[in-house]
Design a protein around this ligand. Structure first.
Ligand SMILES: Nc1nc2c(ncn2[C@@H]2O[C@H](COP(=O)(O)OP(=O)(O)OP(=O)(O)O)[C@@H](O)[C@H]2O)c(=O)[nH]1
Ligand SMILES: [Mg+2]
Length: 444
């Protein structure tokens, strides 16, 4: 997620931190690099330009240069502007009605049906009683897809096979919701290759009938620049209340996420980060900015963990990460527990330096990789897990043999882990420093 952008911005930051003396000219160089990084990530041209203007305004000035930590000041300015760009605060769902209705709309294959299931699961975790309604009458398979999802999630799905009148389905589903005490109704609608008049007409009629409090556009993050146009069109036709951005786990360059709020004024409310039902998160601009800047998103990590892990334990881990006392044993523990909560990639990616660790580790490809890591760590003695620095050549050979990997693979894991630990320590320091400077700080 945002790998290229993230890597480039982190390089700019490395320079800013490393520069002994910061002058107007090297600030300008850094800002230019930030601009190039944004454009490369497919951020809308105007959005990138305005972003840079705002950063420049604040960064180029005697006050920054004369401050004790000019590099850090500029990093803070960029971080805060990134938060603004992404929408400042988490925009929650407005679902006060009984039932509260959500309509999911979007182009073909954008992830509507999958997101409908994910949203139903999320709402049910919030204590709501969701009902999924299959309103895609064009593909019989679409109804079955939603039914299957509902079965997996153990949530009711309203389906009328063979019925082609969307409005009739909707009307009946609302009656069903009322009599069965379902207080949140999610309408999964049909997609089209592109927005056309019949689709818009159908969606408008459905909207006018069910009067949803939320009309969410489901958008594939990989749509790139076009995403902004799609959002603008749907918004004009239906007056959206927000956006669900899917496939953020893929190699999308991320420009859509960064441009949408600025161009359309509509907040991203949720993001899809994988194919499984649990790979779904409310969108928090500040946390996302921290992730993009390589500062990790331990808050989301802890929140996810809290679903299954006890909270005190999670807090203790956060503290350990900050102090750089996070061991291989903790790492293994966390991986094992959190594997229950989502794909390994989405979890490790939340750790400070985690995205770097993922590069080359190829966790996304399969759980096989995880098992190899697990095997390697399990083949270590408890003492070795806590103090990997004692792993000399002989010990390394033993562990590699014991877990059926090559020494090079083991070395690779240890090196990556070491880098991650260093990154965690650095982030702990940065956080302290930002705290002293006051204002918003990237959370860790
Ligand atoms: N990796 C990843 N895949 C996703 C995500 N969301 C959806 N998908 C996949 O995208 C494909 C299409 O998803 P659907 O939910 O069927 O899309 P849709 O918008 O309902 O498609 P139509 O009904 O044909 O318009 C499926 O294979 C999903 O598993 C996501 O966040 N990450
Ligand atoms: Mg669908």
């Amino acid at each position: 997620m945002f790998d290229t952008l993230s890597g480039k911005l982190q390089n700019v930051f490395k320079n800013l931190r490393g520069l002994g003396k910061i002058s107007e000219s090297n600030i300008s160089d850094s800002i230019r690099d930030v601009r190039l990084a944004l454009l490369d990530a497919d951020v809308n041209f105007k959005v990138a330009r305005d972003f840079i203007e705002r950063v420049k305004e604040q960064a180029v000035g005697q006050q920054v240069i004369q401050s004790i930590q000019p590099g850090q000041q500029i990093i803070k300015i960029i971080h805060d502007e990134l938060v603004n760009l992404l929408g400042s605060a988490n925009a929650g769902l407005e679902l006060s009605g009984n039932p509260g209705c959500v309509m999911l709309v979007g182009l073909h294959g954008s992830g509507k049906t999958t997101s409908a299931g994910k949203l139903a699961r999320w709402l049910s975790k919030q204590g709501r009683h969701p009902l999924l309604v299959a309103c895609d009458v064009y593909r019989p398979a679409a109804m079955e897809q939603l039914e299957t999802l509902g079965r997996q999630l153990e949530l009711p799905v309203f389906v009328r096979k063979g019925e082609t009148d969307v409005l009739k389905i909707a009307r009946e589903s609302l009656d069903f919701a009322r009599t069965n005490h379902r207080n949140a109704v999610i309408f999964d609608t049909a997609g089209r290759l592109q927005i056309d008049e019949p689709l818009v007409q159908e969606l408008v009629r459905l909207r006018d009938l069910v009067k949803p409090e939320e009309i969410l556009l489901v958008l594939d993050a990989a749509t790139g620049q076009e995403a902004v146009n799609v959002a603008t069109h749907f918004d004009r036709a239906l007056q959206l209340t927000g956006i669900v951005l899917t496939r953020l786990d893929g190699d999308a360059r991320g420009g859509a996420a960064l441009s949408l709020k600025a161009v359309t004024g509509k907040p991203i409310k949720f993001v899809g980060v994988g194919e499984k039902s649990e790979d779904f998160e409310p969108f928090h601009p500040e946390r996302m900015a921290s992730r993009i800047l390589g500062m990790g998103d331990v808050v989301s990590l802890v929140e996810r963990a809290a679903e299954a892990v006890d909270l005190d334990e999670a807090k203790r881990m956060e503290e350990k990460m900050r102090k750089g006392q996070f061991t291989l044993e903790d790492f293994l523990d966390q991986l094992r527990q959190m594997r229950k909560l989502g794909s390994l990639e989405s979890i490790v990616g939340l750790l400070p330096g985690g995205s770097e660790m993922l590069q080359g580790a190829d966790l996304s490809k399969s759980e096989k990789e995880f098992r190899r890591m697990e095997g390697m760590i399990c083949a270590m003695t408890p003492q070795e897990r806590r103090h990997p620095q004692i792993l000399n050549a002989r010990r390394r050979q033993r562990i590699a043999k014991g877990s059926g990997v090559s020494v090079a693979e083991l070395n690779n894991l240890l090196n990556k882990f070491n880098q991650m630990q260093q990154m965690m320590r650095k982030m702990g320091k940065l956080q302290k420093m930002m705290k002293r400077m006051g204002g918003v700080m990237p959370r860790l």
